[in-house]
Design a protein around this ligand. Structure first.
Ligand SMILES: Cc1cc2nc3c(=O)[nH]c(=O)nc-3n(C[C@H](O)[C@H](O)[C@H](O)COP(=O)(O)OP(=O)(O)OC[C@H]3O[C@@H](n4cnc5c(N)ncnc54)[C@H](O)[C@@H]3O)c2cc1C
Length: 301
């Protein structure tokens, strides 16, 4: 019986395991090898790790976790979680089971990209969505924003002061006249026809629309959605937020006692959505671990 089973070994799960291990609480950390930034070559906006390859970040974290006798890591997919506070059972893809007093869900989310030929291949290397993560790398260069007008306006606001030029290209239906006027008022060039395909060049990306080609340094996607990567929130009937994320409190507690959540898959109701970033996921992992330590202490005394 582990004190905690942490499902997911991205920044949230790795940090949760580190905090629990340092407090000599037994923890099983599970990893199916599916990371949100799995295609990303260099992560940014991570203090002391600005530009570090995510795979290197995870490898260093795992090496450092090896120093803690109470942390066990298994590279195996978790398939189901059952039970309740004090006695959870996690069934693994290798048909074994593990028991834990508490569970931390840190399984992240999947980005469902708009259906544009070539986009999936460029995701994380030439196609992005987060201005904090990848805006500065396009400083002084032209970019294209693909997608809906409202999110495009938001991206223009963030990236307009960094890049040299922004072309906004619709996905699906063309923009309305009001949308074109509003986007142009923000300094963007607006394409009259929708994006058909994207492809990489030596220097950047060619975006093919029905009536023109745009050669840019990179593209930012302003449409698409994200969803829970794993089925555990549904299995455990956790309270969800409008954003599709699991509702948590300040210490990562979900609506089910003993089930904690951390990282991109969860946020507090006061926020409009998950603040998806490596540092914030790790912070959430640490808070969830502290929440578990508090509840173990309360049960012991
Ligand atoms: C293109 C792109 C670029 C980005 N660039 C940056 C950047 O530069 N800087 C930045 O701060 N953020 C960046 N991000 C955001 C960042 O990647 C996420 O915020 C962060 O990875 C979230 O961490 P997490 O631990 O919640 O989830 P993840 O990192 O997605 O980790 C999820 C973990 O859960 C595991 N898992 C899932 N299902 C199961 C299961 N059933 N059983 C066992 N394990 C399971 C996975 O294997 C993985 O270990 C980027 C995101 C994208 C999409």
């Amino acid at each position: 019986m582990y004190d905690a089973i942490v499902i997911g070994a991205g920044p949230a799960g790795l940090q949760a395991a580190l905090t629990l291990g340092r407090m000599h609480r037994s923890v099983l950390l599970l990893d199916s090898g599916e990371y949100r930034n799995g295609t990303v070559l260099h992560m940014h906006n991570v203090v002391a790790n600005d530009g570090t390859p995510p795979a290197e970040f995870r490898a260093t974290a795992r090496t450092q976790l090896g120093a803690y006798d109470d942390v066990e890591i298994r590279d195996v997919r978790a398939e189901s979680v059952s039970g309740g506070e004090g006695d959870f059972t996690v069934t693994l893809a290798d048909r074994s089971t593990a028991s834990g007093r508490n569970v931390i869900l840190a399984t992240g989310v999947v980005d469902d990209l708009p259906e544009i030929a070539g986009l999936a291949e460029l995701w994380g290397t030439r196609a992005f969505s987060c201005p904090f993560c990848d805006g500065h790398e396009h400083a002084g260069k032209p970019i294209a924003v693909l997608g809906g007008a409202a999110r495009a306006e938001h991206l223009i606001g963030m990236l307009g002061r960094i890049v040299s030029e922004i072309s906004v290209i619709p996905v699906g239906a063309a923009f309305t006249t009001e949308e074109v006027v509003s986007l142009e008022a923000r300094g963007a060039r607006v394409s009259g026809s929708a994006v058909v395909a994207v492809s990489a060049t030596d220097a950047g990306v060619v975006v093919r629309a029905a009536d023109a080609e745009h050669t840019v340094a990179g593209v930012f996607v302003a449409s698409g959605t994200m969803r829970q990567r794993a089925p555990f929130a549904a299995q455990l009937d956790l309270r969800m937020l409008e954003s599709g994320a699991i509702e948590i409190d300040d210490f990562g507690r979900t609506s089910a006692p003993g089930v904690f959540a951390a990282g991109d898959l969860a946020h507090r109701a006061t926020l409009p959505g998950p603040m998806a970033a490596v540092m914030l996921a790790a912070t959430a992992g640490q808070l969830a671990a502290v929440g578990i330590i508090q509840s173990l202490l309360a049960a012991e005394h």
